[in-house]
Design a protein around this ligand. Sequence first.
Ligand code: HAM
Length: 464
Amino acid sequence: MIKSPRGTRDLLPPDTALWNFVEAAVRDVFRAYNFHEIRTPIFESTELFSRGVGEETDIVTKEMYTWLDHAGVHSDEFLQICELVVNPPPGNPYADVQKRASALLAASRMRGQSLTLRPENTAGVVRAYIEHKLWERGLNKLFYIGPQFRRERPQKGRYRQFYQIGAEIIGPAASGSQSPARDAELLELLATLLERVGIKDWTLELNSVGCPADRVKFNEALRQALAPAVEKMCADCQRRAVTNPLRIFDCKVPEDQPIIATLPTIGQFLDEDCHAHYAEVKNILNAVGVPYVENARLVRGLDYYTRTAFEFTHGALGAQNAILGGGRYDGLAESLGSPQAAPGIGFAIGEDRLVLSLAATADSVARKPDVYVAPLGVGMNREAARVARELRRHDPAADLVVELGDETFRLKKSFEAADKMGARYILIVGENEVAADAFALKHLASGEQVTVARGELARRILRK
Ligand code: HAM
């Protein structure tokens, strides 16, 4: 049996109803906050992520799906080489084949481009911002919903193909993109969004990771603090201590944690502007009544963050409890080649985790048929199809869900089918009914049966 690859999964009904419910609710919330949808490609050039997300991050060092995209694999030359392998000429065939194959490979490597399945969407949005000169539009408020890919060890709530619902606010500084009001608005939007989909027990963890100048001081302090202990740490941390000490906070090795707990925190190194920005974000959150807890060790796993960094956690999720994360990334656009500054802030919700924490309500969201149309007897498929079409087209606003049976089913089998799918009514379409132009309509839960004229059917079914 061919199974779906490790870390991927099929989303099946009725669960997909919950996914659709979540996506419809978040689209409503985004609309209320004047966000607009952006769709970027599922793969991008590898360089976008190594430069954007950061060379030393777990995502870039271990988790990306990257391949060399060869041009001309089916070139004439390639086919000639295949031909040579299949029908080798007399003499010393392999020398010739090898020579031509290695030349072809070298040329192919030169022409090939390194591509990567997107592990996150912020870098792609910023790339699109630069490519389409979106600064000309002023402040951009963009959202996306779609799959992301990371080669992580799969477990509950952690997949290799997972889905994110994210948003980014980005624009030239003059558009107000740098204002702490945007940070607070985004966090308040998230509180609204989680409430709207029915998630109550969340905790917002908040920190400021400062600006690049603060980080230089912080990294230096980390190097000094690490000097006496670093050789007792894991190989990754020993490397990070040299290349990017901040990433030591990503370490999950239990033996390293006591050392990490003694390290200085970024808050001690914030400059005045970063302090003021952070204080204003908290002031607005207090004013609008969005609760938060400060976590001085929250640095997030991607390199692009500046100033505000946050995560929302949810108790019911166990080990993978971060339901969403985000923060400000004021220098990212310039590092990806933007000719002008484009401060920004955004978040991404793990949709798989959001849906997991709502799983208990799955049944109430799935829509069941209002009516099962049961043809009874030979030739009745045609008549039942007509009735079903009338009901389905009746009034789009009425939104009837109609299921259509088959004339080869005996009445008992039609009842069983209607029952199994949770239909509210069964409608019998037999010869007598067609002749009378009135149909037997039975309410399955109460057993109550009435005869209803064709023109009245939709209205009657709509009555609960
Ligand atoms: P992130 O923290 O890497 O941030 O991912 C955001 C969320 O995606 C996580 O909190 C988690 O819920 C979900 N997630 C991550 N990896 C997996 C996985 N393997 N399986 C299931 N869910 C997962 C970002 O991706 C940033 N781009 C967020 C952002 C937007 N920052 C600024 N703008």
